[in-house]
Structure formats: C-alpha cells, structure tokens
Write a protein that binds this ligand. Structure first.
Ligand code: PEP
Ligand code: MN
Length: 356
C-alpha cells in the first residue's frame, strides 16, 4: 500500500501510478476524504519499497501482511473511512447499507410461467432481488442442467424471461455464471453475476466476471477456509471491481454417519468475515441445510449473526421443482421468514449500537 500525503498533488499521484506500472504491477487507486491510497496488484517480489517510499507526495509505503489487501477492512481505515460495510448498489437496491436484502426465486428457471408465478409470490413476500439459475452446476450429467443447456438460444430465452419478469415486478435479477464463455451473454441480461461455490477457485472466471464491471456475488466453496474465501474475492477486486457480495452457503460436514443437513452452515464465518473485510456478506440457508423445515430458524440465525441479506430458494409448489425441491419454501413461508428477519435485524442493530 502506498499512502499519499494529505496535500499530495494530482501530478504526484499520477507519477506514482506511472512508476507502479513501470515495475510491471497494477495500481488500485482509492481516494478517501483526506488522502489517496494506492494498492499495488501483482507479484510482490517486484515491489521496490524503498523506491516508492521516497517518491514525491508519498507519506509511506507499507506491506500488508494478508493475502487479501484490497478487500481488507484495514484498507478502508487507511482512507479514514471507518464504515461498517461498503454498500453495493444493485439497481434500486442497496446491499450492505443497513437494511437486510432478500434474494429469492427458483433454483432453476424452468419456464416463463414458472418464473412469473414464483416472482409474483416472492415479491409479495417482501423479496428485493429475483434469482433463477440458467446454467446449473449439477453432480450428474444425466440430470436437468438448466435451460442454458439448450444451446445459445435456450440460454438467451431464459435470460430474457429473467430480465423481463424482474422488470415486471421491479426486482433486479441474479443468475450464476458457470464458465467464462457465458460471461458476456449473462452480463447483458442480469444485474448481479453469481459465481457458485464450485467455481470459487476459478481465478480466470473471477477475473472475467469482474471485468464486466457489474456486481458479483461470490459463494464460499464448501471446502474453503475464510482466509481462502477472501483471497479469492481479491481476484475480483484486483480487476478494479469492488462491487462484491460474499455468500456463506455451508461447508462439508465432518464425522461419520448422517449429518442430517446438506452442508454445515458456518454461522460464525459471518461475523468473522465482517471483521476482516468491508464487503457485505450474505447467507444462503437453502443450500447450506438442504431442508425446508430449517430455513426459518437458520435465516433468523444468519441475520442475528450480522448477514447483510439472505438468498433463499422459493417455489409455489416445491414438489414440482426440477432441482432442489426439498429445500424450497413457499411464498407464504418466505413472507414469515422475511418479516421475522426484518424484526430481528432491528433488535440486533439496536443492540450492537448499545454494545459499542
Ligand atoms: C445456487 O445458488 O444456485 C447454487 C448452485 O449454490 P452453490 O453454488 O452455493 O452450491
Ligand atoms: Mn439450488
């Protein structure tokens, strides 16, 4: 990190940036209220600290000792921006701005009628953003892979419905990008690009979604530690895109015998992530538990733990859903969940003000 003096001129800042590129590195420039901070992106071995430290206008060149620097809470502190969370704007919805945000919808888009009916239900229940998978990551090649599997036309038709239905109910939309070749097409239609748990480690995909400039939701891999999770969020930030929403969605269960949930919902990761980064963190109790009867309690728990919002799968008739039918809640159940979570959020945010 290169911290510029409070009175550094624009020329001095431009000169430092030029020097950074001369050494084969990239610069992440953040302008705070009182000073400018330049984060260096690239191979650390190439950084000549003593050279940068004496450039005109530079106050200090310092090493940040974590694998994630650009998304680190400390970076914000250097800018004198002691905010709890840096909000991410998604259409008319603000994520991490104080009020919890609810993303809901089917696991997969199956037809326009299915999407319309679910969207109407989740909107009435109080959801803010509509989800729907077009390219589904599935364990078996013999199962329904999403309408994206029907070639470019099938994908485009489903994406068109998603955008259209989202507009009809005034909800921004999110869908998963499973591979680099899908990035441009998907970015044309949706407001948030989702990188699924299985792809958290795919740094080429992370860079490609980041370069669209659109907000990105990064889901935690089921085998990833929190440090690793944030280190891969850094790949998105390193492309100059800090509109990142993290999402805890459960990790691999331990021990022998049945675990009774699809994954182990790592609730403690939520406050831990909040301490480490200024990025908003969501929780997905649907994939974490895989059980409709647990979504209410785990949603309440995630909001209590400080999640900026939830992603919940919903369907008017769960049994009909081609994917993940056992974890879908109905729109009526979703309404109960959202109402309870909004109340809990009020109590918890009041309590945290008292605590500090
Ligand atoms: C999803 O949200 O549709 C999904 C497949 O989730 P995950 O990547 O967390 O498994
Ligand atoms: Mn699903």
């Amino acid at each position: 990190m290169i911290i510029m003096k409070a009175d550094a001129t624009e020329e001095e800042v431009a000169n430092v940036i030029k020097e950074v590129y001369k050494f084969g590195l990239r610069a992440d420039v953040s302008r705070g209220e009182f000073r400018t901070v330049i984060g260096l992106v690239g191979d650390e071995r190439k950084i000549p600290f003593s050279h940068f430290a004496v450039l005109p206008g530079v106050k200090e060149a310092m090493m940040v000792e974590t694998p994630y620097k650009l998304v680190n809470r400390e970076y914000n502190k250097l800018l004198d921006a002691e905010c709890d969370c840096r909000p991410v704007k998604v259409g008319n919805v603000t994520i991490g701005g104080g009020d919890p945000v609810f993303i809901a919808g089917p696991c997969a888009v199956e037809s326009k009628e299915q999407l319309l009916r679910i969207a109407e239900g989740v909107k009435k229940a109080g959801a803010d953003i509509l989800r729907g998978g077009v390219f589904k990551p599935r364990s078996s090649v013999h199962s329904f892979q999403g309408l994206g599997a029907n070639g470019k036309e099938g994908a485009e038709e489903a994406l068109f419905w998603l955008r259209d239905v989202g507009r009809k109910f005034e909800m921004p939309v999110i869908t998963e990008v499973r591979g680099e070749s899908q990035v441009d097409l998907i970015a044309e239609y949706v407001d948030v690009l989702q990188v699924g748990a299985r792809n958290m480690y795919n740094q080429d995909l992370l860079a490609a979604v980041a370069r669209t400039g659109k907000p990105v939701m990064l889901k935690r891999h089921f085998g990833a530690g929190v440090e690793e999770f944030l280190s891969f969020a850094e790949y998105i930030a390193a492309e100059g895109n800090k509109n990142i929403i993290l999402c805890e969605r459960g990790i691999v269960p331990v021990g022998k015998g049945k675990s009774y949930t699809r994954y182990t919902f790592d609730l403690a990761a939520i406050p831990v992530v909040r301490k480490e980064t200024y990025l908003p963190i969501f929780a997905d109790p649907s994939h974490a538990t895989g059980r409709r009867d647990l979504i209410y309690s785990m949603s309440c728990a995630a909001i209590s733990a400080g999640a900026s919002g939830l992603m919940i799968e919903a369907h008017y008739n769960p049994a009909e859903s081609l994917v993940d039918s056992q974890q879908m809640v109905t729109p009526d159940e979703l309404k109960e969940i959202i109402d309870a979570c909004r109340k809990i959020h009020q109590v918890v945010s009041l309590a945290s003000r008292v605590k500090h």
